[in-house]
Write a protein that binds this ligand. Structure first.
Ligand code: ADP
Ligand code: ASP
Ligand code: MG
Length: 421
């Protein structure tokens, strides 16, 4: 008998009625002969509320001084509630079930609190329970460090919990149930003409996720690709009878190897991220070692840098440089760069966080020319100015004024004919 992992996101477990529907979907898989582990997120909005308590914005009194390890204790609690409730709902409906916290399995994580990575899953007890016919209801988003502390896996981390469990119990598939019925050509919330993809390659999904499509956490795709876990994204807003067929031909999107996809598209999707800030440095000395000092200092402070461009300035022997970081890190990045100003010797630094990154993704770019031309023409036609461009083998990203995000996404979606798939 095969093991199956089912994951339900926040909107899918937002209240007791939805939790009962999740229980029915789980029961249908049990009835179909699967040994099931279910991974749940906190109820919709809960994690944001808990995060706000840790930074003072949710309190009426002055905020507390944040500490990363206790942040994790607070924000991991939302998943404990839904795991317990779903286990109860299953038992009420006559299906043996029990809840599992990350530390009980255990899911071993590193100690990068707030954005920990899973090092290992010890699945023996979980497998024994599943194989004995008990549904394992697992609190997503959390693990335990080697010294016994709770660690959370970054926002959206329940997807990664689910894939890690699927790999550890050798599940035939990991089904990610969410509030949309699959992976679309772009976020259906901002382009109503977005089309559902029946299949997408791990590689494209990885780019889509890391470039802003939050339907799957980036690490979950990375892990699924590395461990060869077949992934499916599908809607939880269905009753069991309407659920996809088990042969994979039903609804939802399958994330799989590129060579399993017959229809080849040049561009598969458009993603966007508003989580960007651009930092500009003017009048840098144009000699070896400057970039090494700047990006070395940023790396030492754990600031992730994304796009980087450097160009000659008008004055001889000087250069200008622009790079992007996550919005959250912008102020810190400016402080770090300023601290190095005297040792490097540059004129000025500016930060702009009213920017967004819009990207087109597709494996077909490897073998087709003209993809960039179409992108730039579509943006030009809408009067959208491009501030920074970056490319990789299967994606092109542009940094633009944040006010034009939706306009740009829709223009690109149409330019590549994605509304006609
Ligand atoms: P969950 O709570 O189930 O984990 P998320 O909110 O994390 O759900 O992810 C689902 C959301 O991802 C959708 O509601 C949708 O707005 C957004 N999304 C962004 N890009 C895409 C895309 N290309 N395809 C599908 N959904 C997308
Ligand atoms: N509840 C966590 C979050 O909101 C984890 C998840 O939903 O995947 O980020
Ligand atoms: Mg999510």
């Amino acid at each position: 008998m095969s093991r199956l992992v089912m994951k339900f996101g926040g909107t899918s477990v937002a209240d007791l009625e939805r939790i009962r529907r999740v229980a029915r979907l789980v029961q249908a898989e049990v009835a179909a002969g699967h040994k099931v582990a279910v991974v749940v997120s906190a109820m919709a909005g809960k994690t944001n509320e808990l995060v706000a308590w840790t930074d003072g914005s949710g309190a009426s009194a002055p905020g507390l001084t944040p500490s990363d390890d206790e942040y994790d204790v607070v924000v991991a609690s939302g998943e404990q509630v839904t795991a317990g409730l779903l286990a109860m709902a299953l038992r009420n409906a006559g299906t043996p079930a029990r809840s599992w916290m990350g530390w009980q399995i255990p899911i071993i994580a590193d100690d990068a609190h707030g954005r920990a990575r899973i090092d290992d899953v010890e699945p023996d007890r979980l497998i024994a329970a599943m194989d004995a016919g008990q549904v394992a209801v697992i609190a997503g988003f959390q693990g335990v460090t080697r010294d016994g502390r709770i660690a959370t896996l970054g926002r959206g981390g329940s997807d990664t919990s689910a894939v890690a469990i699927a790999a550890a119990v050798k599940a035939i598939r990991c089904d990610i149930y969410t509030d949309v019925d699959g992976v679309y050509t772009t976020d259906p919330r901002i382009e109503s003409k977005a089309r559902k993809l029946n299949k997408i390659s791990y590689e494209e999904m990885l780019e889509m996720a890391s470039l802003g499509a939050k339907v799957l956490q980036t690490r979950s795709v990375e892990l699924a690709m590395a461990q060869n876990v077949p992934l499916r994204v599908l809607s939880s807003f269905v009753e069991p009878g309407e659920a996809p067929s088990l042969d994979g031909s039903g609804q939802g999107t399958i994330v799989c190897d590129e060579d399993e996809i017959m229809e080849k598209r040049i561009v598969s999707g458009v993603a966007y991220s508003r989580d960007e800030a651009k930092i500009s440095l003017f009048g840098l000395p144009d000699h070896p070692g400057v970039s090494s000092i700047i990006f070395g200092a940023l790396a030492d402070a754990n600031v992730n840098v994304d796009m980087i461009v450097q160009s000659h300035a008008r004055t001889a022997d000087t250069a200008n440089m622009e790079f992007t970081v996550g919005k959250r890190d912008a102020a810190r990045a400016v402080d770090i760069v300023r601290a190095a100003q005297t040792s490097i010797g540059f004129d000025d630094v500016a930060v702009n966080d009213e920017v967004s990154k819009v990207s087109v993704i597709g494996v077909g770019m490897r073998s087709h020319t003209g993809v960039a031309k179409t992108m730039f023409a579509a943006l030009a036609e809408k009067g959208v100015n491009i501030q920074v461009i970056s490319t990789s083998e299967i994606k092109i990203s542009v940094l633009i004024d944040a006010a034009y995000t939706e306009l740009a996404v829709r223009a690109l979606h149409a330019a590549y004919g994605l509304d006609q798939l």
